[in-house]
Design a protein around this ligand. Structure first.
Ligand code: UD1
Length: 421
């Protein structure tokens, strides 16, 4: 098992180039099944989840190739019949595997996809995905841990009002509706920037998609799709993570390859906490930020504060004067990093979906355990500001979603290394 070793208190400086977004790449890869023309996807992040998704597509018979050097993926499924099965071993490690349900159904009229099951941060059901696909005319049964879906005569456009907001369900249904006959009107959709990246990709492919309201999308299904070349947007969670690293222990850290306006809410919150930032068109400079103030935040669907940045901002809150509060509204069990941060000297209490962070506290290095992707990176951040050494176990979570994290940190003078046992 690999570990990370962080020697804390080293000031970060230099430039961090943010990679393409994992959460934008995965649905776009799932949507690639829809067409039979050439597809080029650029600025992909080289992370485990993206590799797993390409392996799933390869297993299904897709003609897909990654150019690691150029960070792009080429796909050409010329008149190809694909396997319509997504087995458990792919979907268990990466929930986004369930996104091929919509594209397989739309293109081939049937799909058998493993139920993703729960994970560390919560139960994570797929009822909203199935609700939307049923409205498009799919017959769906669940048996032996698999979702079996069929639409013998193809999917048909429909009005769908999601009972609650889900990123994955919105994506699955957008993808499915792209080949459905007629018009679909989707209401109460998630409107994360990654979903806009997906709709832009589909629009370029020839699907008529219009965002008619903030959470409302009109889709006119298309029979024939075109060849497409598409750029993956920047990873806003990776950007937020490095901005917080800069605020914690940076001296003039520059974060590049981003669009600051996409993370406006996060930047406003950080500025309110006293983080010193200078924003340009495609970069942010983070200056030494000494007097951090406490704050109350809640996680919400976009444009609210992202749950994926909750663990990281909590580390910054340990440095804030006073009591900070976080209300986690998205996942029921997403405070697993708290006990590990407390072992490093933080003073954080949990009450249901609320956590109270008492600051400022000095952190001390310790042996800690990563529990999920974003929790893992919060422990890295904690290690960077802690006295002495921090060992972070179970870092395979990190590799799922952060491209070359240690390399990027080392380039900014952090003392961090990977230990291979
Ligand atoms: C996506 C992101 C993940 C992020 C999350 C919330 C990807 C690959 N992952 O996950 O990083 O943390 O959005 O921003 O993009 N729910 C249901 N039924 C469903 C689907 C979801 O009840 O059918 C619930 C979930 O349990 C959760 C909430 O809805 O409480 C939001 O989940 P959702 O937006 O679907 O998250 P994901 O798409 O899985």
């Amino acid at each position: 098992m690999q570990k990370l070793l962080v020697k804390g208190k080293k000031v970060l400086s230099g430039v961090v180039q943010i990679s393409g977004s994992k959460n934008a790449t995965l649905p776009i890869l799932a949507a690639s099944i829809l067409g039979d023309k050439k597809i080029e996807i650029k600025n992909i992040p080289l992370v485990k989840d993206v590799i797993t998704m390409t392996n799933l597509l390869k297993y299904m018979g897709s003609n897909i190739n990654i150019n690691f050097k150029k960070r792009k993926i080429l796909i050409h499924n010329q008149k190809k019949k694909l396997k319509t099965i997504a087995p458990y071993n792919f979907v268990k490690t990466m929930r986004a595997g369930v996104l091929v349900l919509g594209s397989l159904l739309a293109r081939f009229g049937k799909a058998k996809v493993s139920l993703p099951g729960g994970c560390a941060i919560g139960t994570r059901p797929v009822n909203l995905h199935l609700f939307g696909l049923k409205k498009l005319g799919a017959n769906i049964k669940i048996k032996n841990g698999y979702i079996s879906a069929e639409a013998k005569n193809g999917l048909v456009g429909s009005k769908i009002n999601f009972p609650s907001i889900s990123v994955g369900a919105t994506e699955n249904v957008i993808i499915a509706a792209s080949l459905a006959k007629g018009v679909s009107l989707l209401k109460n959709c998630a409107c994360e920037p990654e979903i806009k990246n997906l709709t832009n990709f589909l629009i370029k492919m020839g699907v008529k998609i219009t965002w008619v309201g903030k959470r409302e999308i009109k889709i006119i299904g298309s029979e024939k799709l075109r060849t497409v070349s598409h750029n993956i947007m920047f990873d806003r969670i990776e950007a937020g993570t490095f901005i917080i690293a800069g605020a914690l222990i940076g001296h003039n850290l520059k974060i590049t390859n981003i669009e600051p306006k996409v993370i406006g809410r996060e930047l406003r919150i950080l500025k309110k906490m006293g983080v010193k930032l200078k924003t340009k068109k495609n970069e942010i400079q983070v200056f030494e930020s000494k007097n951090i103030r406490s704050i109350s935040i809640k996680t919400e669907p976009y444009p609210g504060f992202p749950t994926d940045l909750q663990a990281q901002i909590m580390v910054l809150m340990t440095k804030a004067k006073g009591i900070s509060k976080i209300k986690e509204n998205i996942f029921e069990n997403r405070f697993m990093h708290v006990s590990e941060l407390n072992r490093m000297g933080a003073k954080i209490k949990i009450l249901g979906n609320l956590s109270y962070v008492y600051g400022p506290q000095n952190l001390n290095g310790a042996e800690v355990m990563a529990t999920d992707l974003r929790a893992s990176v919060s422990l890295v951040l904690a290690g960077l500001i802690a006295k002495n050494k921090t060992h972070i176990n179970r870092i395979y979570h990190l590799d799922r979603g952060y491209e070359g994290l240690e390399k990027k940190l080392r380039k900014c003078k952090a003392h961090i290394s990977r230990i291979y046992n």
